[in-house]
Design a protein around this ligand. Structure first.
Ligand code: AMP
Ligand code: MG
Length: 438
């Protein structure tokens, strides 16, 4: 399938979720190639480890040292030359010549029949390659230990130099969405800051005459604009720069001006509302002037209408980059579902992340779930552990696209695939956990 968002087939029939995802990924890939051509050094910045959470590593982090820097002991015990295990006697006796602590190596060398008391992490002394754990030994007197030979083999309980990381090899690969363990790893190499991709600038706006900001009293027929707050929360999870373009009225002039304004400042624009059948026509008209945007009917629930494409670079924008555009449906739950399903991975991909898909797990449906084949459904649910210890899942009440409570009470989506029919109680279903995601 071509990736052009305006492909005619997309306008006439419902689009499979997977096809929409592929089309989005292909277009994002084009944008990445274009921005590579621009090659702006400002796309990479260096940040201290304590500021780098959820940022994306821009280049491979090469290890400047071997880790560990020297062979060392994996146990508290006694280090000795493993060759002495080749003798015929069942029991080995060794005399203790000294002690090595982590950070305080033993300077001397160890001869035949000798051993060194050694702590975990202490450097292995010259002449030793094996450590017998303390608990396997018997003290004959203060200076002699004994142990049975069959309890270990030569070379055991020793960590080898460079076993964890080798000097010059990548310790963390470019594209890693940085997590706490990466900071520990970088620190273990003596690296205090990391080159990361700059934060994407993501503009958000809500469109609809009925929408009111939170500090206004509601007049008849109006509602509070909740979508900008869900979207802000979702984007904050990705540590991005958010440009809040507020509420825009349903009139072509204001909407066009708002899109131009967003496109002049942002890498990505996410709007909500104004793409359903009744309203899409005038949004379409504006988009024809500003860029290349497809209006999709996606075979999914919730979240059927969605617009996707690019806005042309605005005159004077530097560097001259296009703006990726997502026109999400207005329904509050549909906004979150379409963000989860399409926007999140596109944002990660656009910023160079090498892993963009959230993990799926499975759980057992506690009750039957009605499902029509021919569309992908994202039902809101609570995952828990049932009395027999297995993961089980139940839906959170009414699943209407506007019912935010179903989302707020849930801790996961149950994702029912395109071909899937009704689910019986006891069937396994796919689950995407909200934790860390939404
Ligand atoms: P639309 O996609 O504009 O037809 O909107 C679909 C439904 O979502 C309508 O009931 C809108 O009132 C509602 N809606 C649209 N935008 C928002 C928003 N920002 N916050 C809350 N509800 C909204
Ligand atoms: Mg509307």
């Amino acid at each position: 399938m071509s990736h052009s968002p305006n492909q005619p087939i997309l306008l006439t029939s419902s689009l499979h979720v997977d096809h929409a995802r592929k089309a989005i990924a292909a277009l994002v890939d084009d944008l990445i190639q274009e921005s590579r051509a621009i090659n702006d050094p400002a796309d990479i910045e260096t940040v201290a480890l304590d500021k780098a959470i959820d940022r994306i590593l821009a280049v491979d982090l090469l290890s400047p040292i071997d880790v560990p820097a020297a062979d060392n002991s994996a146990m508290d015990g006694f280090a000795f030359d493993g060759q002495c295990l080749d003798t015929n006697s069942a029991v080995v006796s060794l005399s203790i010549v000294g002690t090595a602590y982590a950070g305080r190596p033993y300077e001397g060398s160890i001869g035949p029949g000798e051993c060194l008391k050694i702590m975990t992490g202490a450097v292995m002394p010259a002449g030793c390659d094996t450590v017998i754990p303390q608990e396997f030994t018997t003290a004959i007197n203060e200076l002699t230990i004994q142990f049975r030979q069959d309890q270990l083999k030569a070379g055991e309980n020793r960590r080898l130099r460079g076993e964890d990381l080798q000097k010059g090899k990548p310790a963390i690969e470019a594209g890693r969405l940085l997590r706490p363990s990466d900071f520990g790893l970088a620190a273990s190499l003596g690296i205090a800051s990391l080159p990361v991709k700059r934060k994407l600038k993501v503009a958000i706006l809500s469109s609809g005459d009925e929408l009111r900001p939170l500090d206004q009293i509601l007049d008849p027929g109006s509602i509070y604009d909740s979508n900008r707050y869900s979207l802000t929360g979702l984007l904050n999870r990705l540590n991005l720069e958010i440009i809040d373009c507020g509420i825009v009225r349903d009139d072509p002039t204001s909407l066009k001006q708002a899109f131009i304004d967003a496109a002049s400042r942002a890498d990505v624009l996410i709007s909500s509302g104004g793409v359903s059948v009744g309203e899409a026509d005038f949004t379409k008209q504006i988009m024809q002037e500003l860029g290349d945007v497809g209006f999709w009917k996606i075979a999914m629930r919730p979240g059927r209408p969605m617009a996707f494409g690019v806005l042309k670079p605005i005159a004077g924008k530097s560097p001259a980059r296009k703006t990726l555009f997502f026109g999400l449906p207005g329904n509050p739950v549909a906004v979150m579902v379409t963000f989860y399903q399409f926007v999140r991975s596109a944002l990660l991909q656009l910023n160079g992340a090498n892993q963009t898909e959230p993990p799926l797990v499975q759980a057992i449906a506690e009750a039957p779930i009605r499902k029509k084949p021919g569309r992908t459904e994202f039902q809101r649910a609570i995952l828990r552990r049932s009395s027999d210890g297995k993961p089980s899942v139940r839906l959170t009440g009414s699943q209407g696209a506007g019912i935010l409570r179903s989302m707020s009470e849930a801790n996961c989506f149950v994702i029912l695939g395109h071909e899937q029919g009704n689910i019986a109680a006891g069937d396994w279903v796919d689950i995407a956990l909200f934790d860390g995601l939404l």
